[in-house]
Design a protein around this ligand. Structure first.
Ligand SMILES: N[C@@H](CCC(=O)N[C@@H](CS)C(=O)NCC(=O)O)C(=O)O
Length: 205
């Protein structure tokens, strides 16, 4: 199996953390794609993912799976004896899914938009609107406050257990540093949670 990914990009990091938590990192060969140079726009890459984004998982039979959570789900189902990160019971699975969607739509997306529109990183392939970037940055800052309150009464996003929701929120908080949005000194619950996740070996892969 191969994973086409970019070491510095947040979505591939989510997959790497997920694999590390499951002890599966050595099951995949990593192929570095330089998205700044547009290596994700080549015909070879587009044949693997017509959306032109990393990460992409390529199975040994040539099947290509794009989308971070689709890739994570593949590993959750294909390796059932590894630690479960997407829940067990119907209610657990649904609640984790709810959080994954909240984090993706209301936290990760605005962070990505803030990055793209305020830095112009992809200006060779899109038109940046700095005002939209600033607006998205405000949404990111309010999500930091929301998470700080949420984490006041539980150690992990979904309660007592570490899940994929923690991976997605953690990688988003880390990514927000590139647009200068950081945990504020008064956000002690968020900071304690962040430090807890950062101490896990999977946070360094
Ligand atoms: N919804 C996709 C998003 C993937 C994505 O946006 N990847 C970024 C890197 S984090 C990318 O490939 N950007 C290259 C580009 O936009 O040209 C997922 O969850 O995997």
């Amino acid at each position: 199996m191969k994973i086409y990914e970019t070491a510095t990009a947040p979505n591939p990091r989510r997959v790497r953390m997920f694999l590390a938590e499951k002890g599966l990192l050595d099951q995949v060969e990593r192929v570095e794609i330089d998205i700044a140079k547009g290596e994700n726009l080549t015909p070879e890459f587009v044949a693997r993912n017509p959306m032109k984004k990393v990460p992409v998982l390529e199975l040994d039979d040539g099947t290509c799976i794009a989308e971070t959570m689709a890739i994570c789900r593949y590993f959750e189902v294909a390796y059932p004896t590894t630690p479960k990160l997407l829940g067990d019971s119907a209610a657990e699975q649904a609640l984790i899914e709810q959080w994954l969607r909240w984090i993706e739509f209301y936290f990760f997306m605005p962070t990505g938009m803030c990055f793209q529109h305020s830095t112009g990183y992809f200006k060779d392939r899109m038109t940046p609107y700095p005002e939209w970037g600033a607006e998205c940055g405000k949404q990111v800052s309010s999500y930091f406050s929301f998470l700080d309150q949420h984490l006041a009464t539980r150690p992990y996003i979904c309660g007592e257990q570490f899940t994929a929701a923690d991976i997605n929120a953690f990688t988003t908080v880390a990514f927000a540093r590139v647009v200068n949005i950081r945990i504020q000194p008064e956000q002690q619950h968020l900071q304690a949670w962040y430090d807890r996740i950062k101490a896990r070996p999977s946070a360094s892969v």
